[in-house]
Design a protein around this ligand. Structure first.
Ligand SMILES: [Zn+2]
Length: 183
């Protein structure tokens, strides 16, 4: 059972609560689930997701409002170093027995499954396009191990000449090869 399922028993007590707080950490993905991905940015399995919601019982169902956040991983667009960031999404969504496509989520009989809402919300907050590492000063400073990785990538992708981003890299790789030949 997903950790993001919140039992509704508290709504069904003799003196039910109308509002309660869902405040917990959960794992967004179970083993084998596809990671959330936008371009090269992913939220991988095992990442903890922080859920801080107020669940409010209304006539139509239950409204979940608050904040969900998690960490994402990607590669710096310039130096290809790993980059980690935090995606925080504000949500306010209705869960109802008969959900309307794109407008509300399914309210199960005994629980609320927050996972579809959390996935949708986090996906919208992942960075799109250029990601930069925080070490901006030496961001373009390519270490040998990253060069090696990039070299492999260039090799596997065929002609790198077409992409101007690889030009300085090619020069560096060339020098490295020369050194090896001298020794
Ligand atoms: Zn960088």
């Amino acid at each position: 059972m997903s950790e993001l399922r919140v039992p509704l028993e508290r709504l069904q007590r003799p003196e039910p609560l109308r509002i309660w707080n869902a405040d917990f950490d959960a794992s967004l993905l179970r083993d084998g689930d596809d990671p959330l991905r936008v371009g090269d940015v992913t939220v991988t399995g095992g990442k903890s997701i922080r859920v801080e919601l107020i669940l409010d019982q209304v006539r139509e169902g239950v409204v979940a409002a608050g904040i969900v956040s998690t960490t994402w991983n990607g590669d710096c667009s310039r130096c290809l170093r790993p980059v980690e960031g935090i995606a925080t999404a504000e949500v306010e969504e209705l869960f109802e027995e008969h959900p309307r496509e794109g407008e509300s989520y399914l309210l199960h009989e005994e629980f609320i499954d927050l996972e579809p809402m959390v996935r949708d919300a986090i996906l919208l907050e992942l960075p799109v396009g250029v990601v930069r590492c925080v070490l901006a000063e030496d961001c373009a400073d390519l270490s040998p191990e990253y060069l090696k990785d990039m070299e492999d990538e260039v090799d596997s992708e065929g002609s790198p000449a077409a992409d101007p981003r690889w030009a300085p890299l090619q020069a560096l790789i060339f020098e490295e090869e020369e050194d090896q030949r001298d020794t």
